[in-house]
Design a protein around this ligand. Structure first.
Ligand code: PGA
Length: 254
């Protein structure tokens, strides 16, 4: 049975950067994205910018960088899936390593957030990735495997789920794994998805993240089981993000 080509998904993650005046950076990207039906372009925005970004820029998917696992209540500072949706967002990242490490988020919390996203009507991009020590010990696959085992939601909650493989040592460092390493880990993630989610696991989009730039995006996007990229630093300016979006469009129209 042939499996339809999954459309590429290019996601920018602004992290804790950007004010309303910076939203003009999204305009050119929206224009490029609107011209291709085969590539989806999304931005995980700081929460206060979600509403304006979603209203102002057609052609882009706008989402959050995190949500609270509960639907509402006495959780000072929390942002629920329903709030993100109400602001015009359609997805959220969950389990980014900066939250796992900086905010002590466990796999169980990440799983609860993925479930909350689904129930609140948001797509989720679940992030996994090993640190430098695990990599040096040759344990990247086992670390990623156990993160997935403990944080993937059940099949019924996995619809509209993507997974981002982001080695922690590659984020913001300018280093990336070799293409062979990325391909190997993505194949492992795909197997884990199919094992845990059944046939649905083949439709989950797998993104690579960690120092993805215009210089390496074409080669990374051409790998089997790489369905897109999650881009931090290079997503902040149209000048550095547009070539990555164009690389995805070129691949999709090949
Ligand atoms: P980077 O960040 O592209 O700046 O390495 C990626 C991420 O953390 O999502």
């Amino acid at each position: 049975m042939s499996i339809p080509k999954r459309p590429k998904l290019v996601v920018g993650n602004w992290k804790m950067n950007g004010l309303r005046g910076d939203l003009s950076e999204l305009t050119a990207i929206g224009e490029i994205a609107s011209a291709s039906a085969r590539v989806e372009v999304a931005f995980a925005m700081p929460a206060p910018l979600i509403h304006q970004a979603a209203r102002a820029v057609p052609g882009l998917q706008i989402g959050a960088q995190d949500i609270h696992p509960e639907p509402g209540g006495a959780f000072t500072g929390g942002v629920s899936a329903a709030m993100v949706r109400d602001a015009g967002g359609c997805f959220t990242l969950v389990g980014h390593s900066e939250r796992r490490l900086g905010c002590g988020e466990t796999d169980a919390m990440v799983q609860a957030k993925a479930v909350a996203a689904r129930r609140g009507g948001l797509n989720a991009i679940l992030c996994v990735g090993e640190d430098a020590t695990a990599r040096d010990l040759g344990q990247a696959e086992s670390v990623v495997g156990s993160q997935l085992e403990a944080s993937l939601p059940s099949a019924s909650d996995a619809a509209r789920l993507s997974i981002a493989y982001e080695p922690i040592w590659a984020i913001g460092s300018g280093d990336t794994p070799s293409l062979a390493e990325i391909a190997r880990i993505h194949a492992t993630i795909r197997q884990a998805c199919v094992r845990r989610l059944g046939e649905t696991g083949r439709t989950v989009r797998l993104l690579y993240g960690g120092s993805a730039t215009a210089a390496n995006a074409s080669q990374i996007l051409a790998l089997a089981d790489v369905d897109g990229v999650l881009v931090g630093g290079a997503s902040l300016r149209a000048a550095t993000f547009a070539p990555i979006v164009r690389a995805a469009i070129a691949w999709a129209t090949d």
